[in-house]
Design a protein around this ligand. Sequence first.
Ligand SMILES: Cc1ncc(COP(=O)(O)O)c(C=O)c1O
Length: 450
Amino acid sequence: MTPTLSSTQVSELTAHYTYGTWRRQKGWAPLHVVDAEDCHFVDANGKKYLDFSSQLMCVTLGHKNRAVIKAIQDQAEKLAYVGPGWATDVRAELSEQLLDVLPKGLEKFFFTTSGTEANEAAFKIARMVTGKTKIISRYRSYHGSTMGSIAATGDPRRWAMEPAGKIPGVIFAPEVNCYKCPIGHTYPGCAIACVEYIDHMVENESDVAAVIVEPVVGTNGVLVPPKEYLPRLRQICDAHGVLLIADEVMTGWCRTGKWFAVDNWKVIPDILTTAKGITNAAIPLGLCATSSKVASYFDDHFFSHGHTYEAHPLTLAPAVASIHEMKRLKLNDRANEMGAYLGEKLHTLESRHPSIGEVRGLGMFWAVELVKNREKKVPFNTYADKVNSKPLLVDKVAARAMGNGVFIQAWMSHFVIAPPLIISKQDIDYGVAVLDEALGLADAEVEKTA
Ligand SMILES: Cc1ncc(COP(=O)(O)O)c(C=O)c1O
């Protein structure tokens, strides 16, 4: 029998033999996590942490959801795997469930094992269907890690792949960011110039197959667009025969108080990609859902895409269970009610902390953006700091919160606060109180005005 490893050994073996993602490897000392339940996880010393970001904004139903676990167990017994060329009960059942919750008209599904691959599928499908090549994405975005999806990623995780390690044909538009507009405008006087810029791009580029957007930008700051943005983008795409891809990998599954974020503006994309919460992250599954119009192209054309694990039965069963659980627990209502409560609490921090530039969000999806100069909206750190492994102020604040038992995702100069949608008011209060205390570290670094 293998002797039990100490916690230090587990951490050291993990860091020595496996890659820590999106970071310099030196100095990585991962926490040894041994358990997780509901809104908490536990380290090897028995210390409990409130999961204020649902890990990677994915454990929507909370850890160890019993129905999801049972679905995985039952499916493993019944039929763990057959190839994607066969029909299975679970594939049919999930298809029916998806038709019920997805925006109407998205009627044909390709199942992957990650959000990254769902976007890869979307790009290939868009190119095959339109016969065109270019994909328009936006700078403040993340769409995945492989050659296609990293090419469409606006944030600095793309930089290491420039210029040749990524697919050609992706171009970038300015993001929608009403806190700090990349093209210097102020809403509403701007008449949403950022989306009109996309119209200008499509008109002046030939060959645009698709525009991909996170309807609410996730990791890069929970950027909620003004109400006109997505309906106008839909019009622009329609006018030019360009497909609209909504990347709902993070925003799907009740996170914003609707099944999908696009539902907030009643916009129906041609392709919707998702992953994460689809199985409560208990099993890797991604989805590329296409409109019947897009799908019909392949009635008489070769569908040139596939994976051994496409529509893997074991990945589909927890998705069926998750959808049932989301309905049973009325997660959209919960995200709206408890999300409003969380938002209110976070807003109270603004007046107390000069380091807070803005608190923004939708449903149970919030960002707290930090600035060292509120008036000029100067972030504490830059994209270049991140890729050059400079210590980030947000990491210091997040470490302080961890010390007090609250895990919060930090990125560049903001936090993404997106707890499991089952979180209680008591846990929200605790999480915000710990953040409140930790923000003292940021306040101390704010630029003093002369
Ligand atoms: C908006 C968005 N798209 C795509 C991805 C990639 O998904 P995955 O990590 O499952 O490959 C992510 C991951 O965080 C994401 O947030």
